[in-house]
Design a protein around this ligand. Structure first.
Ligand SMILES: C[S@@+](CC[C@H](N)C(=O)[O-])C[C@H]1O[C@@H](n2cnc3c(N)ncnc32)[C@H](O)[C@@H]1O
Length: 253
């Protein structure tokens, strides 16, 4: 998701190059290519959101906890959450190459350390499919989604927020990060999307939510914390990115 210049002109939601709606088929091509290149794009360590979730949840660590990581990529956070909280995690991603990479990384992490222990499964899927499946709907204690929301178009965001609420058990917690309009790395880079505020296409579609949008979109959750944070994101072999993102913690109503 590094910044690269666009070719000029604005892109509308209806064009074949417009924002990905309803997201998986079109957007997953981009991610398939990146994961297919065997890139551990953000390195081996957990994300800022995963560290925050573990700090918050450590007192509740238990094999009884169930975690769903939506848009898990190559699984760095799903493994970290499951290991630190000693529980089961399911990582899902719309990109088959992401899930293949996640399974490979899982096996090699186990090979690297005999002490490594994590109970994680990975599945090519999207949260709407899980929400419509009685085996998954309303089941998860913790739903976690790192840096996926800003990739979704307006309809996709609405559907995604509703599906996140549908898979979280009442009283369960949501941890979500998404880039803010103060993100110095990507905000206002590329081509603006016509008819939308704060959306650009720069290799991928990106939307930068305000606090008001997030509070509205996640009305299915009581917002416990909505904090804007700046942090460095490693990109092994390339320059570190500096980001400013929203970190949302919500409790399912
Ligand atoms: C920026 S990457 C973040 C990956 C991972 N959360 C991490 O931080 O390592 C976004 C991921 O979301 C996935 N994705 C995008 N839209 C999705 C959707 N609607 N459902 C599931 N995964 C999606 C992409 O395939 C990609 O792997």
């Amino acid at each position: 998701m590094s910044s690269s210049g666009g070719s000029g002109g604005s892109r509308g939601s209806g064009s074949p190059f417009g924002p990905p709606e309803p997201d998986i088929p079109q957007a997953s091509l981009h991610w398939d290519r990146r994961y297919g290149g065997d890139e551990r794009i953000w390195g081996d360590g957990p994300s800022e959101l995963a560290r925050l979730a573990v700090a918050r949840l450590r007192p509740y660590a238990s094999p009884e906890l169930s975690i769903l990581d939506v848009g898990c990529g190559y699984g760095r956070d799903a493994r970290y959450l499951a290991a630190e909280l000693r529980c089961h995690a399911l990582g899902i991603d719309g990109s088959p190459a992401a899930i293949e990479a996640a399974r490979k990384e899982h096996a090699s992490a186990l090979r690297r350390s005999r002490e490594a222990q994590f109970d994680v499964e990975y599945l090519v899927s999207d949260v709407a499919t899980l929400a419509a499946d009685s085996e998954h709907a309303g089941r998860y204690d913790i739903v976690f989604t790192c840096n996926v929301y800003h990739l979704l178009g307006p309809i996709g965001r609405r559907e995604f927020a509703a599906a996140l609420a549908a898979v979280t058990r009442p009283g369960g917690l949501l941890f979500l990060s998404t880039m803010s309009p103060r993100d110095p790395e990507h905000y206002a880079k590329g081509e603006p999307v016509s008819g939308e505020e704060r959306s650009w296409v720069d290799r991928v579609y990106l939307h930068f939510c305000t606090a008001e949008e997030l509070t509205r979109d996640f009305s299915g959750f009581e917002i416990l914390d909505l904090d804007e944070r700046s942090y460095d994101e490693p990109h092994p072999g390339a320059a570190t990115h500096h980001h400013t993102s929203w970190f949302l913690e919500g409790r399912r109503r």
